[in-house]
Design a protein. Structure first.
Length: 457
């Protein structure tokens, strides 16, 4: 007891814990009734079987820190960083605990009171304050990647075996990296694309950051399909990164600044709907009303609610708001679908992608066992937590191979890269390809079928 009396005052003065008290909803912490319904839904608990790696375990740790029973330092940070943030625990929770909000608030508090080694601080500053916040710099990054891919440097690097200095998972990711771009959808198509046929309304296209340099064709297909569905498409030039990577890394203030810019850009464009083709981005955009519930820099809480209410996933648009006249045809392809965690758990969009796939003539749809389980991508989780992510994707690929599918479809860039990585790692690149839902739909409407086997990676 005497030891405890000496420790407790120190814990109460812990700056990170005090900041957690300010940021976190204590009632929400108490709402967890420790029932355990979240355990089978949690990828890291399933991987380890350890209570501390579960949602209720992490909530208990957060509460212990807020109550002064645990130091809000490296050990707590380690457990929170090992969480994928997939939020599969939320729909499983009978008490409706909003775990995502607790996680991001705790990470923000700890990050504000953490001193990183100089090299980590440099990387975080470069990424969060200079790269992702600036579309021109993202396009420059895309140009550098494209130069590496097209100049012969990539072939030379592989031939000389220089990639052997990288960890296995990084070598695999390099092997499946899509063709990069230095332009972006607005530079390719313009900022206004008129509707084809009778106009249904005005759609604001959220182009994203990673999507625009690594999946430019997906963005272009999204715009053209929206136009064919009867929307005037506006691509606001003032938009920027959604802020998801910032929020998931404890950089919530940076996320709020990005949210303010996006809200202003799309309000100025006077759009009827804001369309996202990336599950992770869409979920972040959908929660701007929570992120900016106090407003910021002249953007009010009402402005944030206006924005969030208009955010829709592209699958919702093509199935419900502006149904396409024809989903097209494929020549007997066997197709399966891997769900995006944030699309289904945050945006609550689960069936529309499946309905679109099933609506393509000639498709033989096969359901993927546990398609609602996280693939291990989770933003940059597969890069910073390769061991845990590797175990998750290995289990996922056991189920994927059982589908014997020709095409694996998903709706998020991180998931798409992770599934390409899984296919490559499993040695089935010659049998299966991973594509974005929008690209599958565009392919089917063009009538190309599965002849495009050269696209396999």
């Amino acid at each position: 007891m005497s030891g405890a009396l000496k420790i407790m005052p120190e814990l109460k003065r812990n700056p990170a814990a005090e900041r957690m008290k300010e940021l976190m909803n204590y009632d929400e912490l108490q709402n967890c009734i420790r029932c355990g319904f979240c355990l089978p839904a949690c990828p890291t608990y399933r991987e380890t079987g350890l209570e501390a790696f579960s949602p209720r375990g992490r909530i208990a740790l957060m509460k212990a820190a807020v109550d002064g029973h645990m130091h809000a330092g490296d050990e707590l940070r380690k457990q929170l960083d090992l969480c994928l943030g997939c939020r599969a625990c939320e729909p499983a929770c009978p008490s409706g605990v909003q775990y995502g909000g607790l996680l991001e608030s705790a990470k923000e508090a700890i990050e504000e009171n953490t001193r990183h080694p100089a090299w980590i601080e440099w990387i975080r500053t470069a990424a969060f304050k200079h790269l992702f916040v600036n579309q021109k710099r993202m396009r420059l990054l895309g140009g550098l990647i494209r130069f590496y891919q097209k100049s012969g440097l990539q072939r030379l690097t592989r031939k000389l075996g220089l990639l052997r200095i990288l960890p296995d998972h990084m070598r695999s990711m390099e092997a499946i990296l899509p063709e990069a771009s230095s332009s972006g959808v607005a530079l390719e198509l313009g900022t206004f694309i008129p509707a084809k046929g009778p106009k249904r309304g005005t759609a604001g296209m959220f182009s994203g950051c990673i999507m625009d340099i690594l999946f430019l064709e997906t963005n272009k297909n999204t715009v053209m399909l929206l136009s064919e569905a009867g929307y005037d498409v506006v691509i606001p030039p003032g938009q920027n990164c959604c802020g998801a990577l910032h929020a998931h890394s404890g950089e919530n203030e940076g996320a709020r600044k990005l949210a303010v810019n996006n809200i202003r850009a799309f309000k100025e464009a006077q759009v009827d709907v804001i369309v996202s083709n990336a599950g992770g981005c869409g979920a972040m955009l959908k929660e701007y009303d929570h992120l900016l519930h106090h407003g910021k820099d002249g953007v009010t809480a009402e402005d944030a609610k206006w924005f969030s209410a208009r955010v829709k996933d592209v699958s919702e648009v093509f199935l419900e708001l502006a149904p396409l006249d024809d989903f097209g045809e494929l020549d007997g392809s066997r197709v399966t679908y891997q769900g995006s965690c944030h699309l289904q758990n945050v945006m609550k969009v689960k069936n529309p992608p499946r309905q679109i796939i099933r609506g393509i003539r000639g498709v033989r749809y096969v359901e993927l066992h546990e398609s609602d389980r996280c693939c291990g991508s989770a933003g940059i989780y597969n890069v910073v937590q390769p061991e845990m992510a590797g175990g998750i994707i290995d289990e996922k690929m056991v189920h994927v191979k059982r589908t014997q599918a020709d095409i694996l479809v998903t709706s998020n860039p991180g998931c798409l890269l992770q599934m390409k990585h899984g296919i490559h790692k499993a040695g089935i690149s010659g049998e299966m390809r991973a594509v974005h839902l929008v690209d599958l739909l565009a392919e089917a409407r063009k009538g190309r079928g599965t002849a495009d086997r050269n696209a396999m990676k």
